[in-house]
Design a protein around this ligand. Structure first.
Ligand code: HMH
Length: 222
């Protein structure tokens, strides 16, 4: 396909892993209504920790976009994502209170979460490449978008008390934002060197693997 971007080519190549991350049993259990609420609570607490680490990652992307991007609108799109994270952290606190989940001490990241956050940190360094980091950023957001959108479909039996969570990432607005990120990543990848392309593809795979582990962790509670 002439107009197909690099990302769609990679998603086709790594389809099984992508499906594993976006249609994980944890998500399927939300959408069919069989979710064990203790798994949801584990996910909620752990994702709050993840999102806190995600903020400096997005901040580092704003710096990279400002320094390196050939398109001014990149920074505005990323800044919009950052603004949404401000809201998101407040939402986590409210939601945690609702479910009786303790977000302060002694909430500690489980190993898969720690490893995922460490990966984010590696992409935050000044040496980390903008194209590679924006590709990872898109993948991180897209997995949640696709996963939670599944829980909002007509066929889904998502428990009403989890609808708001699914709406956060599964909404059309979040979908549009992910499209903007994909557009930026594809534009950069089109001009990238072979070395950058290789690294960006590895970063995409690494995100998908971490996402699968994150769902596994939420499901098993450890
Ligand atoms: C683990 N991946 C994880 N948490 C999130 N909140 C997102 C992606 C999307 O922001």
């Amino acid at each position: 396909m002439e107009n197909e971007g690099v990302i769609d080519t990679w998603l086709r190549k790594h389809r099984l892993l992508y499906v594993g991350a976006t249609k994980h049993p944890f998500i399927l259990s939300i959408s069919d209504g069989t979710i064990d609420i203790s798994s949801f609570k584990t996910w909620l607490g752990q994702d709050y920790i993840f999102v806190r680490a995600f903020v400096p990652f997005v901040a580092s992307l704003i710096v990279k976009a400002w320094k390196e991007s050939d398109d001014r609108s990149d920074m505005e799109v990323i800044l919009g994502g950052m603004a949404a994270l401000n809201d998101e952290l407040e939402w986590f606190k409210k939601e945690a209170f609702k479910w009786g989940v303790q977000l302060s001490h002694p909430l500690l990241p489980h190993k898969p979460n720690q490893e995922y956050c460490r990966f984010l940190e590696s992409l935050m360094s000044v040496e980390a490449n903008y194209t590679v980091a924006i590709t990872a950023f898109w993948a991180i957001e897209a997995v949640y978008q696709e996963s939670f959108a599944l829980c909002l479909g007509d066929e889904s039996r998502t428990p009403p008390e989890l609808k708001e969570t699914c709406q956060r990432w599964g909404s059309e607005a979040f979908g549009k934002y992910c499209c903007s990120l994909k557009h930026i990543a594809n534009r950069r990848l089109k001009q990238a060197s072979d070395d950058e392309l290789k690294k960006a593809e590895v970063a995409l795979l690494t995100v998908l693997e971490h996402e699968v582990e994150f769902w596994n962790m939420s499901r098993s509670g450890s």
